[in-house]
Design a protein around this ligand. Structure first.
Ligand code: HEM
Length: 155
């Protein structure tokens, strides 16, 4: 019989793996000259919240939507921050380097899916951080799986 396909969340090791990833990642962020100023006021809870957010996107529990305001809250968190492409690229690179450091799964299928989401999510963060951007309060939580994105975004 065919084995069921795990979610990306299950494949990477669940919430414990995501919490470890986020904790270590933001330690690196605090030491990074380009990113440290952006996160100068982040709370000690920030890594846990980002881990819960990623868990939900990658097919895990929906705690972030129930307890923290879902995708609109994530979007609101980036409003007015004037993030640059350079900061975005460093953010993604550092997160992927931390995934390697902590030996998260590195098979091509998982990593291409992870990179796909990080590219999409981080580019949205930059767009939402520019002057005039606003949060769509009905925006659904993105759900990322193993497949390709099926085509460009068309509003
Ligand atoms: C896939 C990409 C990203 C995801 C999933 C993400 C996720 C999040 C989430 C969930 C929050 C709110 C946490 C809470 O509930 O309190 C947040 C806040 C924030 N994000 Fe992002 N983010 C992404 C990309 C970025 C990038 C590229 C930057 C900057 C280079 C950035 C900078 C920030 C900052 C500064 C905050 C506020 C931190 C604070 O509390 O002071 N994010 N992000």
């Amino acid at each position: 019989m065919d084995e069921p396909i795990p979610t990306l969340y299950e494949w990477l090791g669940g919430i414990d793996a995501l919490n470890r990833l986020a904790e270590r990642f933001y330690e690196h962020v605090r030491e990074d000259a380009l990113l440290a100023p952006v996160f100068a006021h982040m709370s000690s809870e920030h890594p846990k919240h980002v881990a819960a957010f990623l868990a939900e996107v990658l097919g895990g529990p929906t705690a972030y939507s129930r307890e923290r305001g879902g995708h609109p809250h994530m979007v609101r968190s980036h409003l007015g921050r004037h993030l640059s492409q350079g900061q975005r690229r460093r953010w993604v690179t550092l997160l992927l380097e931390t995934a390697d450091e902590l030996s998260l799964p590195d098979d091509p299928e998982f990593r291409s899916a992870l990179v796909g989401y990080l590219e999409w999510g981080s580019r949205l963060a930059v767009i939402n951080s520019q002057p005039g951007a606003a949060a769509d309060e009905s925006a659904p939580m993105p759900k990322w799986g193993w497949g390709e994105v099926k085509g460009p975004y068309r509003p």
